[in-house]
Structure formats: C-alpha cells, structure tokens
Design a protein around this ligand. Sequence first.
Ligand code: 0WD
Length: 258
Amino acid sequence: MHLLEGKTIAVMGVANRRSIAWAVAESVRKLGGKLIFTYRSERAGRELERLCQDAFGEDVPLIVRCDVQDEASLEAAFAEIAQATERVDGLVHSIAHARVEDLQGEFVETPREGFDLALETSAYSLVAVARAVRPLMTQGGSIVTMSYLGAERAVPNYNVMGVAKAALEASVRYLSRDLGPNAIRVNAVSAGPIRTLAAKGVRGFNDVLHAVEERAPLRRNVTAEEVGDVTAFLLSDLARGLTGEVIHVDGGYHIVGI
Ligand code: 0WD
C-alpha cells in the first residue's frame, strides 16, 4: 500500500519514541510518504536524530528546529523547509503545552498567564503553522492536529487544556473554511489517552485509562499506532472529501452515556 507515495509530510511534535507524532511518522513511512520533522527542545532534537538514524539509516529526513511560540523561529523553520523541498502535501501538528500547576485543582483558579500560555501554544500555534505552510501547499494539502475529549466535556484535571482543545477544534473549522478553496483540508484527531511525556503532566491519568478500559465499546485503550494510522488516512487522498472534522480514535469512548 503506497497511499502516500510522492507526498511530503511535515511532522511537528516528536519529543521521543512514545510521542503520538512519532507513531504518525511511522504510519506515513509505511505508506511511502517522505518526512520532514520539526522539534522544539534540544533534547527532542537529539532524540529525533537518534530515532531517524535507526528508522531511516543513511536516508535521514530533514529535521528543523521550530518553536511555535516564537514567530521568528516559525518563519525561519518554514523558510528552511521551502529551501529543501519543492512543496509540502501534509502537515501534522502534534503540539500542546500547559503549566503542570494549571492542570490540577479548580479550573476557576486558572491564572491569566497560565490560560494565555496554554491557548497560545496549543491552539493559536495551529493557526500560525497553517499560515506558514499554506504557500508551500501548492497542489493542495492536508493539515491534521491532535485533540482530546476534554474539548467537549469537563474532564477532571484537564482544565485549561480542555479549553485550549476546544479553541483548537473551532480553529480547525475556521481554517478549513479559509483554506478549502486552495484544496487544503484541515482536520483533527481526538485521541484516547495514551501514556506519553505530555500525559505525565495530567494527574490521575491511570484512572482515565481504566475508565476507558471499562466503558469504551472496544473495552480497551487505543495505541499511538492506531492514532497514527487514522492520521495517515487523513493525510491521504482517500480522505479527499473530508475537512473541518474531528475524528475520535478512542475505542468509541466518547459515544457512551454511562
Ligand atoms: O493521551 C495523550 N497523550 C493525548 C495527547 C490524548 C489526546 C491528544 N493528545 C495530544 C496532545 O495534547 C498534543 O497536542 O497529542 C499531541 C501530542 O502529544 P503527546 O504525543 O502525548 O506528547 P509529547 O510526546 O510530550 O510531545 C508533545 C510535544 C513537545 O515535546 P517537548 O518535550 O519537546 O516539549 O509538543 C511539542 C514538543 O515537541 N511542543 C512544542 N513544539 C514546538 N513549539 C511546543 C512549542 N512551543 N510546545 C510543545
């Protein structure tokens, strides 16, 4: 199956091999897509180089530093990508951040700075990235971001990140309106809980995993690979009629009542 043959896909947000973005990259590679990566921290950059050497051998993909909170860094990253490739066909935004202290206790106590930081890094970043990649998507394209059920429901300990994900999902709809005429599709995957570095910041994460095991129609948690495969589908032409959508890859957890 070479659904992504001839397509160049930029993947943002690999921190380590457990990252959802890395599972997406594996799915893209399986389907014949060419990869470009962006990272923020030096640690993530080193980790990515190691992962890519193991996975790609000699043929190491382009790896570019990009901090989405820094407009100059964003501009420089996409200028470097533009130099290296004729066009970009797909972009995966797998980025979020909030202060650990803002993910516990009462949401009503969220300070202004914590609210702004979470919304800027986790939601506005999609808008900034879509604007930066648009000129490179000369033959249309597909943008996919990662969301969570906390956008739709008040999930304990998810707090300000839930509000950021709600803004992210609304941004998906507005962006898809703007970019649709350029044949650029914008969608979100709402993933079930997966044990990654980011998940470490969420208190009571084990309880969330157990609730899914007990109540989801599939009676189990999903894997990053399963999220990766649905993301690859959204990046492919099989999904050419799909935009502005939030697809849940959560074993069906979001549809159950009690
Ligand atoms: O249960 C989960 N793990 C779920 C995660 C369930 C549903 C959704 N998600 C979402 C997250 O909210 C996020 O949007 O999936 C996305 C990826 O999350 P992940 O794979 O769980 O997290 P992780 O492996 O920690 O990667 C997040 C990365 C950061 O890692 P480092 O350690 O380098 O900060 O997000 C990136 C970064 O690579 N990131 C940024 N990248 C560029 N600029 C920035 C930034 N300012 N902030 C964070």
